[in-house]
Design a protein around this ligand. Structure first.
Ligand code: 5AD
Ligand code: SF4
Length: 476
């Protein structure tokens, strides 16, 4: 057996959870007959796609327990805050909401409140909630997500506050129900956790060690999604290129993609996130080989300075990163490249920052997610003495944003007058007379159409552009 080999949560444990789910279902039936409606849950998500998908699992479990759903705090009988702690401002936002629960509980004394996700994997946060926020009934971490039925039952039946943050770091839970947000595009987790320990990042501490799902479980999920009519999946993991290192079979990520392409009719497959140090030639080839794998890659660079990359523990140099980009583009012409960049990492000099700007100029990303460095307690970088003053960071951040906006706009302008193939995801959220979808390269396209084309691949002529999105109308 491999060291740290991943195991499934035992079937008896999953059965136990189904039992608690049924017990809550009975309680909720009683509630419904007394009040004349189902109890309503509101799940609010903070953070990344991983959390979005965890919330779909939370909602799936709640649906099985007999909950209906509402889309605001005011109508809810159960509130779940699924939290993020990757940057301080995410945590501050959550604490604002936790504080507000007190006032909601006064108005609705039966209201049950739960806080879960990455924040609650940090002992100091749990202590703070315990001590200062007595209005929170249930706290559970990412490792205990599948145990929600049992934990919620303890709150509902015992009227007690429950804190469950114990963790087993080599388990994967299969068979958790999922209530998906979309009907066209779906998230599929391929692995949990991260073993990279970039020096700024809290994720490995809160999400635990890398654990891969078995290829057969992933394939079964993708086949089910095809049968349900989904056309696009995004495979999720903190570092999908580490996929399989903990598996007996030794299937790697490139092989997993091949298995999905060869054994399911899924039309479009995306994945994120890829660590540049682990991109293999096999992966680059597989993207080129299978038309179902979208011509798009999210490749976080974090900094353009080799000196800072070393300090960040990223395991690649500026030159190696640029070589990877050249290789990816050589094999996959026209590929959409996006990235994450941190500004103001401890010790970042003007020269280091200029290196980041010049790398951005050189690569010309379609889009960059730019972040101001946030000091995270418990990470090595939080202790570095040379934190960069706020005014300098803000000034650099503004310059980077300006540069990337210009590049994104220039790339978008290249689409004007062209016709692109779009998978329609439904009505645009901001303008209900228009549809929204994405190109193979993940460009968002808002467009008009004489008929409802949700779920279909359509040709759209691009007539105008926004910085990150395109606008047009369906052509025959
Ligand atoms: N400060 C700022 N940005 C961070 N990220 C991760 N940790 C931090 C931090 N402490 C960014 C990285 C990562 C993205 C998901 O969040 O760029 O790729
Ligand atoms: Fe954080 Fe680095 Fe892991 Fe990404 S690869 S989750 S940045 S530690």
């Amino acid at each position: 057996m491999k060291k740290n080999s991943t195991v499934l949560v035992p079937p008896e444990e999953m059965e136990k959870q189904r039992h608690f789910s049924e017990l809550i279902y009975s309680k909720n039936l009683e509630f419904s007959s007394e009040i004349g409606r189902k109890p309503l849950a509101f799940v609010r998500t903070f953070g990344c796609q991983m959390n979005e998908h965890d919330s779909e699992k939370i909602s799936g479990m709640l649906e099985e327990m007999g909950y209906g759903f509402c889309d605001g705090f005011e109508d809810a009988d159960l509130i779940v805050l699924n939290t993020c702690c990757v940057r301080e401002n995410a945590e501050d936002k959550v604490f604002g909401h936790i504080g507000g629960l007190k006032h909601l509980k006064k108005k609705r004394p039966w209201l049950v409140t739960a806080v879960c996700g990455c924040m609650t994997e940090q002992p100091h946060i749990v202590s703070e909630i315990k001590k200062s926020y007595r209005n929170v009934d249930l706290v559970f971490g990412t490792h205990n997500l599948h145990r929600l039925p049992e934990l919620l039952y303890r709150v509902l039946d015992g009227g007690v506050r429950v804190y469950e943050t114990s963790r087993t770091d080599n388990e994967v839970a299969e068979g958790v129900p999922v209530k998906r947000c979309g009907n066209v595009q779906a998230w599929v987790t391929v692995m949990y956790g991260c073993d990279n320990y970039c020096t700024y990042c809290i994720v490995p501490y809160v999400r635990g060690h890398e654990r891969s799902r078995r290829p057969e479980d992933i394939l079964a999920e993708v086949k089910k999604l095809c049968a349900l009519g989904y056309s696009e999946i995004t495979l999720l993991g903190q570092n999908v290129n580490s996929y399989g290192k903990d598996l007996e079979e030794g299937t790697d990520f490139a092989e997993l993609l091949r298995l999905i392409c060869e054994n399911t009719p899924m039309r479009r497959i995306r994945f994120m996130t890829s660590h540049p140090k682990d991109i293999s030639d096999r992966l680059i080839d597989v993207i080129a080989e299978f038309p179902a794998i979208c011509n798009q890659l999210h490749l976080p660079v974090q900094s353009g300075s080799t000196r800072l990359l070393k300090r960040m523990n990223r395991h690649y140099t500026r030159e190696q990163y640029l070589e990877t980009v050249a290789k990816v583009r050589g094999r996959n012409p026209g590929i959409t490249l996006t990235t994450d960049i941190i500004v103001g990492f401890p010790g970042e000099t003007d020269e280091d920052f200029e290196d980041t700007l010049s790398l951005v100029e050189q690569v010309r990303y379609d889009q960059a997610y730019t972040f101001i460095y946030s000091r995270r307690e418990g990470t090595p970088a939080a202790k570095y003495p040379d934190q960069v003053p706020e005014e300098i960071v803000k000034e650099r951040f503004g310059r980077l944003l300006e540069l990337q906006n210009r590049i994104s706009r220039e790339i978008s302008e290249g689409y004007l007058g062209k016709t692109v193939e779009v998978l329609c995801e439904g009505f645009s959220k901001t303008n209900l007379s228009r549809y929204t979808g994405r190109t193979d390269g993940n460009k968002i396209v808002n467009f008009t159409s004489p008929e409802n084309v949700t779920g279909r691949l359509v040709n759209v002529k691009i007539e105008s552009i926004q910085t990150w999105s395109l606008e047009g109308s369906v052509t025959e």
